[in-house]
Structure formats: C-alpha cells, structure tokens
Design a protein around this ligand. Structure first.
Ligand SMILES: Nc1ncnc2c1ncn2[C@@H]1O[C@H](COP(=O)(O)OP(=O)(O)O)[C@@H](O)[C@H]1O
Ligand SMILES: [Mg+2]
Length: 252
C-alpha cells in the first residue's frame, strides 16, 4: 500500500472550495468562521492536517480535558512558532508551557493575530470545547476581534449542539461543510491511488459496501487484500473476511 498519499475525494474538494471562498471574503464585512463536520473516519482531520502543513496554517486539536488556559497556551506557542517569534522553538508541542493567566495569554495571541491577519487556524475535535464556556468564548474572541480565519472541525451533530448553546455567534459561520460517506467513485479513486494491485470491480463494490463508506475500514480491506495477494493465497476476499473487517473496526 502506498502510504502518505492524499486522495482528493469529493469531500476534500468541497471543503477546499469552501475554505478558498472564506479566505477571499471581504474581511471587514464578514467574519472568518467556517465549520467542517461529519461522522468519524471520513477524512476530516487528515484534510485539516494536510492543508495546514501545505499552506502554513495552524492546526490545533482540542483534548477532552482542554481548558481555556491550555488552549491559550497551545495557541500562543503555535503562533510564536508560526510567526517566527520564538526561533528556538523546535515544534509546537515542545518546550515548557508559557506562564501567565488565560487573559494575558489570549491577549498576547489576539495581538499577534492582529499583526498577522492572513492567519488560518484549524481547530480539530471542536466538540471538546462545547461543554466549556470560557474556551468557547476564547475562540469566539479570536473570530470577533481579529481578521484571522478559524475553521472548526467536529463530529456530526456538533452544528446543532452549537446552535443550541450559542445561536447568535455560531450562526455567523460562513460555511457549514458536512463530510458525506465516500461515494463509489471516491472508493475507486482511493483504491487506484493507494493500492499496490489492481482490484477487480466486484471487490471494489464490496469494499465500498462493507467499509460503510468510511476511510479506516476501506484501508483495512485494502491491506488484507494486498496481504493475500502477496502470500499468493487468493485474488479475492470472501464475505466472511469483509464482514470481519467491518465488525472489528467499530472504533474511530
Ligand atoms: N484524503 C485522504 N487521502 C488519503 N487517506 C485519507 C484521506 N482522508 C483520510 N484518510 C485516512 O483515513 C483515516 C481516517 O481519517 P480521519 O481524517 O482521521 O477521519 P475523521 O477525522 O473524519 O474521523 C486516516 O488513517 C487517514 O489517514
Ligand atoms: Mg478526526
């Protein structure tokens, strides 16, 4: 299997187009807020990391225990690294946590962002911010008080939850991009680009069905198929094997 290949699925194309539109907005008239959401395993995080890496955007993943303070520390470090303020920083994750209250750190982040209005911040696992009012408000402050672009990435249902919690703020999001299950064409594209062997059309269809149209299960199917071919066992997968992949990978 070819690793590190990034496949331009329909979801990827749609999300990229929405982000491009948001970046081209009239910044004085429209807030820079967008949202990507959907079921697990459809490629939301991979897209966010990929474009952050390629384009020099900031990628932050919220932990389940994230607080406004830990978020401010992460953002502060990421911004200093990004803006080359902290030339000693080896990576965003390394180094000791910066001192200061949440307010001081967020104030410093907002000032850095004001000087870098083209900044884009991708915030993954945004669901983890929902129970924490102070954290939500920190994110809202960035959107309200700077020209930075903020893309929130969350699970299906996060949009409705956000609307319940704070309708006035999150309604201003300029796009909501829901990741859809992979289409059969997506699956064909993925198989062509990542699999070392050509897969028979029947197997591609079966893989699409049994993977429940999500990436992780599809990758497992491809790996098992390649393994069997390499070991000259068979040129196909049987129903039981496909079902096993489906049942075994219930996790995210
Ligand atoms: N566009 C893509 N091209 C190649 N592999 C991908 C792509 N999107 C997702 N994957 C792979 O599929 C798996 C699940 O993707 P992930 O981004 O974690 O899904 P989500 O965040 O929606 O739960 C990961 O192993 C990831 O590397
Ligand atoms: Mg994810």
């Amino acid at each position: 299997m070819k690793e590190h290949v990034f496949v331009e699925t329909q979801n990827v194309k749609r999300a990229k187009a929405e982000i491009a539109k948001l970046l081209a907005r009239p910044k004085h008239e429209m807030v820079g807020l967008g949202m990507i959401y959907g079921d697990p395993g459809l490629g939301k995080s991979r897209l966010a990391k990929q474009i952050a890496y390629r384009k020099g955007y900031i990628y932050l993943r919220l932990d389940a225990t994230e607080t406004a303070r830990s978020f401010a520390q992460k953002l502060w470090k990421a911004l200093r690294y990004q803006l080359n303020v902290d030339t000693d920083a080896v990576s965003v994750e390394s180094g000791s946590a910066p001192a200061g209250t949440t307010n001081t750190l967020m104030g410093a982040c907002i000032r850095m962002l004001m000087d870098a209005p083209d900044s884009v911040i991708m915030i993954d696992e945004f669901d983890n911010a929902l129970p924490n009012r102070e954290l939500r408000e920190s994110i809202r402050d960035i959107v309200d008080n700077t020209f930075a672009t903020v893309i929130l990435i969350g699970m299906r249902g996060v949009k409705e939850k956000m609307e319940r919690i704070n309708v006035h703020f999150f309604d201003r999001s300029n796009f909501f991009c829901e990741f859809q299950p992979l289409s059969l064409d997506d699956v064909k594209l993925i198989v062509t680009q990542v699999c070392d062997y050509e897969l028979p059309p029947k197997l591609i269809e079966a893989a699409h069905r049994y993977s429940e149209a999500q990436f992780r299960k599809l990758i497992k199917t491809i790996v098992l198929y390649e393994h069997k071919i390499k070991n000259k066992q068979s040129m196909s997968l049987n129903k039981r094997e496909l079902e096993e992949i489906n049942n075994a990978s219930g996790s995210k």
